[in-house]
Ligand binder design. Structure first.
Ligand code: NI
Length: 257
């Protein structure tokens, strides 16, 4: 069955129906989901949901929210990581898309602090990177000694060439609904990702796959993303499900079991 490796059931749009969503997993061929935090509050909520519904959680602060990343918050994350449902630090990273995002230097500093936190906790990291793949590579190079528990590039949107650079860090890549968009032109990127490093995700409520664009995204639509990957790689859907399920467990569930 499919594991949705990045879902925001902690988003205000999905929170009221989180129970219903999880109850519908089996009917939609979904085994579980990993609820991703984007700031401390949503991380705490994600852990609570993961505990309540037997799912998993990532905790961390998104690059747009890094003003909150103080030693106090990092200490709170350490406390939160004591939950057996926490499987990684995320989503963390760099986002240069909007002009009013925090300054690059501050983003890099908060990113590095959260990499240190993940290393201390021996947890993998899930990265949000937008228009910043070059700087992300530089950070990974600088922080190489602290990257010991695995790296996922969530919702990978970089080039085929960049994949070769990230492979040097043994990165995993998660693909979401964006690859199904009509103008996506992602086939070459999909083919370039090492198959034993490929994960799937929804990033719900965002990035709803075609033909449901415009609707709120939910984990059930992950089937459309899996079908697109199967078509591009000329494999059976079941094979893609088995491979991505195994990869997700190797990256995120190896410590917690
Ligand atoms: Ni996300």
């Amino acid at each position: 069955m499919i594991i949705d490796s990045h879902a925001h059931l902690n988003d205000e749009r999905l929170l009221p129906i989180a129970g219903e969503i999880v109850a519908g997993f089996k009917a939609n061929n979904i085994e579980s989901c990993i609820i991703a935090g984007f700031d401390y509050k949503s991380s705490l909520l994600g852990v609570e949901l993961a505990e309540k519904y037997s799912q998993y959680a990532l905790i961390g602060t998104h690059p747009e929210e890094i003003k909150e990343v103080t030693n106090v918050i990092l200490g709170k994350y350490k406390e939160l990581a004591k939950s057996s449902r926490v499987v990684g630090i995320g989503e963390i990273g760099l986002d240069y898309y909007y002009e009013d995002n925090p300054p690059k230097e501050e983003q890099i500093e908060a990113f590095e602090k959260q990499i240190m936190l993940a290393d201390e906790l021996k947890l993998p990291i899930a990265l949000h990177v937008r228009d910043a793949y070059g700087d992300c590579l530089s950070v990974l190079k600088n922080m190489h000694a602290h990257l010991n528990s695995g790296i996922l590039l969530h919702c990978y949107s970089g080039s085929k060439e960049m994949i070769r650079e990230f492979n040097a860090f043994d990165c995993y890549y998660a693909l979401g609904g964006a690859i199904t968009f009509k103008n996506a032109k992602k086939d070459e990127v999909i083919k370039e990702i090492p198959i034993n490093r490929l994960l799937v995700e929804t990033d719900c409520p965002y990035l709803t796959p075609h033909p449901h664009r415009g609707e709120t995204n939910e984990p059930k639509y992950i089937n459309l993303t899996v079908e697109k990957i199967a078509a591009v790689l000329e494999k059976e859907k079941e094979e893609i499900i088995d491979i991505t399920n195994k990869n997700t467990k190797t990256l995120f569930f190896k410590i917690r079991g």
